[in-house]
Design a protein around this ligand. Sequence first.
Ligand SMILES: NC(=O)c1ccc[n+]([C@@H]2O[C@H](COP(=O)([O-])OP(=O)(O)OC[C@H]3O[C@@H](n4cnc5c(N)ncnc54)[C@H](O)[C@@H]3O)[C@@H](O)[C@H]2O)c1
Length: 317
Amino acid sequence: MTTWLLTGGAGYIGAHVARDLLASGRQVVVLDDLSAGHRDRVPADAAFVEASVLDTDAVRAALTSYDVTGVIHLAAKKAVGESVEKPLLYFRENVGGMTSLLQAMADAGTRCLVYSSSAAVYGEPPWSPISEDTPCAPLSPYGQTKLIGEWMVRDEAAARPLSWVALRYFNVAGAGSPELGDTSANNLIPMVFDALDRGEAPQVFGSDYPTADGSCVRDYIHVSDLSEAHVAAAALAESGDVAAIFNVGTGTGASVWEVMASVSDVVGRDIGAVAVERRAGDPPELVASVDRISGELGWAASRDLRDMVASAWAARG
Ligand SMILES: NC(=O)c1ccc[n+]([C@@H]2O[C@H](COP(=O)([O-])OP(=O)(O)OC[C@H]3O[C@@H](n4cnc5c(N)ncnc54)[C@H](O)[C@@H]3O)[C@@H](O)[C@H]2O)c1
């Protein structure tokens, strides 16, 4: 039986991954500073270390004392807008976090890593679907820190034994169970629910994009599907000397109007979404090519947009 350490394992995605890793027969240690995570989301049968990933000594001690085989590195700051306001915070936490983690792993001799990267590394590619070979041109400090993290892992793997998988998540949504919802309102579906809670009409930013219905198209991925991709990635990393980057999405886009229609369907009434002006910096369409992850990892998403909206609605606070 192998043991995996999850940095950021008390957060939205990490809480799902912890459960699925345990269900796969692996042991789990969660290391989280609880800056955004919740202690009560750590499963009872996982060990918990309250520490920052920036604390190299604490990470090294956790790797050594639990005899950890691999790390799933989820801990990060993740708000694109905040990263524009506070770039140094993002470089310190996300790049500094990766530096500290890789140092601790080198010291402890830990050789497997799965890294939470993001579609934000691509910026605004002129074509869709987006394959992993698309040139990366992130538009925010957040996206830059995620791309730098990939470079650091790649360079470290050239210098010492490291078997690694970077997962570029597209738009994560939904909940695996009602107590595991996304508590940050950075993404479209939680933002729509917030508007409804305030008695306001949800807004559709831009209706004149070159898409089928004029609104932006994104690739929404259910957090439970994403979580299962981590278990497959961990198994792949364990299997040998791996260096891989995979998009994690469904390969199918949904427009903002389609999301609004799905919310209306789930809540049982017309939510009265209204079209307003475009927001600056929203590309028309960002959809993942999932050929590589299905071919090389044998993983494919199985849940649809309605599953995401319905489970997120059931999990709202
Ligand atoms: N949610 C998304 O749509 C999305 C999309 C692409 C990539 N990602 C990436 O996935 C990862 C997890 O995202 P999430 O949505 O679960 O976010 P989250 O904020 O819910 O979880 C992040 C967790 O990391 C912890 N953390 C933050 N800084 C830390 C530090 N220095 N030391 C230890 N713990 C720390 C937080 O307390 C939290 O529990 C992040 O790396 C994020 O960039 C998320």
